[in-house]
Design a protein around this ligand. Sequence first.
Ligand code: HEM
Length: 233
Amino acid sequence: MSAGASCLTINRMNALRLRWIPLSLVLLSLVPVGGGAFRVTQLASGAEVTEANARFFAAPVPVVLHIFGASLFLVLGAFQFDGVLRRKRPGWHRAAGRLIVPCGLTAALSGVWMALFYDLPAEDEGILTVVRVFFGSAMAAALILGFAAIRRRDYARHRAWMIRGYAIGLGAGTQAFTLTSVLLWQNPPDSLGRVVGHTAGWLINLAVAEWIIRFKPPAMLPDTAVAGQAVPA
Ligand code: HEM
């Protein structure tokens, strides 16, 4: 094979590898996005009010804002990690980012509001409220710090904070697995089980995020940086 042809093959393999990242992120988002679609449909169609869903009918605005904000944040946000798209459509990352940050802030802050003010089941009160307020605030802070960093053209910090903010948001996807695993230990889970299931999802994602930030610096990524342009998260 000629040098040119092998170079083309390597570039195609890199493009495929880079495309796997956003696709995996969208896949992991499907469970919470699907759960959100179910809840919005239930609210819009005036389904029967039960003990399990009464809080959503009593105050639908926070949960609807939460679901739309979070779904757009996760699905559109996944493509911020698409190196191929970033290289082919350089304006996309910037334009999408301006929509994704407010969506992420809406998701995080409405989540905190619901944790504090919804009439939650007894096992979701107490420590889980503290955990949710902590991670919801951390997600909002990470997105604000990431946005502030790009205004200063500090690409490395922008990348790091946006990866952290997205990782916390995507905790909802990982929690589908951690909360299911808790069922092997407790069925139904008590307060401790609920805290362990939620916290594990967020911590796993943050550990992966820190690994990417430290060991996959943008300078080592094959699609790095079109000159004069932000190196996105
Ligand atoms: C951005 C990713 C997120 C997604 C996709 C997501 C998804 C959802 C969905 C679909 C619901 C409705 C659950 C139902 O209908 O039973 C929900 C509720 C909730 N979320 Fe999130 N969420 C995300 C982030 C967060 C964060 C960061 C927090 C932390 C504060 C949070 C806290 C809550 C709370 C407190 C509820 C209400 C739970 C209940 O009343 O049972 N969410 N979330």
